[in-house]
Design a protein around this ligand. Structure first.
Ligand SMILES: CC(C)(COP(=O)(O)OP(=O)(O)OC[C@H]1O[C@@H](n2cnc3c(N)ncnc32)[C@H](O)[C@@H]1OP(=O)(O)O)[C@@H](O)C(=O)NCCC(=O)NCCS
Length: 143
């Protein structure tokens, strides 16, 4: 059970770096930080940047990144803790953010675990590109 959420900022970014380094398998599908430098400047655009803990063990990461007027969701569960309900918890936490009525994400078409999770949480496919879907969750339009 997730019992602690740590918000990441300039002072504790090292925790996020450690989590990313410790989970190379999850990073195959979660490539947000492969394409960007982890810097205070980057995190400044985020509505939330969270690490999720079960006791002292970090089991997952989630963010809401505001790019102009669009809010993008990012999620990653630790390689050793998948399929234990943590993704579900993190999605609920991010979706319930009061500053985010409409949330977008992009997902590899082959990433069926994530797609299943997103559909379960009320995300709908808005756009299809060659290898990814763009999905959206809108509070007033989903349960
Ligand atoms: C996608 C991810 C976040 C799911 O997290 P998780 O903690 O394993 O998911 P949960 O245990 O909370 O499962 C929630 C739902 O997700 C779906 N799901 C999760 N793993 C699945 C799998 N291996 N196969 C099919 N569906 C799966 C199911 O719908 C599941 O509901 P159910 O248990 O009632 O069937 C996790 O697998 C992950 O971090 N993957 C690597 C990084 C990544 O892909 N990030 C997203 C990039 S867009």
């Amino acid at each position: 059970m997730i019992d602690k959420i740590i918000q990441i900022g300039e002072e504790n970014q090292f925790l996020l770096k450690e989590f990313l380094l410790a989970n190379p398998i999850a990073r195959i599908n979660f490539r947000y930080f492969e394409k960007r430098n982890l810097s205070p400047y980057l995190l400044n655009n985020h509505i939330v940047t969270n690490l999720y803990y079960e006791g002292i063990v970090c089991v997952g990461y989630g963010h809401l990144d505001k790019d102009h007027d669009i809010i993008w969701l990012g999620i990653m569960v630790s390689d050793k803790h998948r399929r234990m309900g943590f993704g579900n918890f993190i999605m609920n936490d991010l979706i319930s953010n009061k500053n985010a009525d409409s949330i977008y994400l992009s997902v590899d078409k082959t990433n069926l675990s994530a797609i299943n999770l997103y559909i379960k949480k009320g995300f709908k496919i808005m756009e299809e590109k060659s290898d990814i879907y763009i999905m959206r969750h809108h509070k007033s339009k989903s349960k």
